[in-house]
Design a protein. Structure first.
Length: 256
């Protein structure tokens, strides 16, 4: 039977958050791993979002990490704190591979929507890129009108303001479109053609930018579906379809 453990990871002096790892039935000392961050516009959500996927991927031999991170509804935080938490998680996983039974050289990061955003930024900010990214309709812009008026938590007036106050560009430092440099990692990017939260054009443009720095991108556009189409709660068809894509991609980039 697959097992799931809870662990705690540090996010700052005296502060820790929960994380979960779903392991395969057959134990191994150095498992390939995938860390998936839940979505929810940095406002709501929980690690349980990706528990169904974790069960499937663990069955295929992967250790699947599903961490908590700070969100506005529970912690009064901004997207910047969410990014910071996932950076801490990424470093914690790499520093504790022996304790957790993971293979440092076979680790992927990913997530859905805002979770995809913070996973992207963890590699960019730390400068330590995973072997691959698994991205489900990720938010790839944190500046501009759509971000400010639709995606940013509505309590932004309570965020710790910069000296000049908050404006459309206050979070451009964690904007993947702006921050992508000359390095990244191979990416599986899955998006619905009718996504009204994160336009499919953003996915296409981000894929182009990644290809421009020489990395492989497998961009899968699913016709007629919107945001969050891959979640188990939205039905079995796209849940199963995206799981097959993920497993094929992980086999290519994480298997020895």
């Amino acid at each position: 039977m697959k097992s799931r453990i809870r662990f705690r990871y540090p996010i700052g002096p005296g502060m820790e958050l929960d994380g979960f790892i779903t392991y395969p039935e057959t134990p191994a000392e150095k498992l390939p791993a995938l860390a998936l961050a839940f979505g929810g516009n940095w406002t709501v959500g929980s690690p349980e979002q990706f528990f169904p996927q974790a069960e499937v991927f663990a069955q295929a031999g992967y250790a699947v990490v599903t961490p908590d991170y700070r969100v506005f509804s529970r912690h009064g935080t901004s997207p910047r704190e969410s990014v910071s938490d996932f950076c801490h998680l990424w470093c914690y996983l790499r520093d504790n591979v022996e304790l957790l039974g993971l293979d440092r050289d076979r680790m992927a990061l990913g997530g859905g929507s805002a979770g995809g955003h913070i996973a992207i930024m963890a590699g960019i900010i730390t400068g330590i890129f995973p072997k691959a990214y698994i991205l489900y309709n990720p938010i790839v812009r944190t500046s501009g009108d759509r971000f400010w008026n639709r995606q940013l938590p509505k309590g932004q007036e309570s965020f710790p303001p910069p000296p000049a106050g908050l404006n459309y560009d206050s979070f451009s430092d964690i904007d993947p479109m702006h921050r992508l440099g000359d390095r990244f990692a191979p990416v599986l990017l899955m998006h619905g053609s009718e996504d009204r939260e994160v336009p499919v054009e953003d996915a296409r443009r981000f894929a182009e930018k990644i290809r421009a720095v020489g990395e492989q991108v497998r961009l899968k556009i699913y016709d007629g579906v919107g945001h969050g189409f891959f979640n188990a709660a939205n039905g079995a068809y796209y849940f199963n379809e995206t799981n097959r894509e993920v497993l094929a991609f992980l086999k290519e980039y994480l298997q020895e």
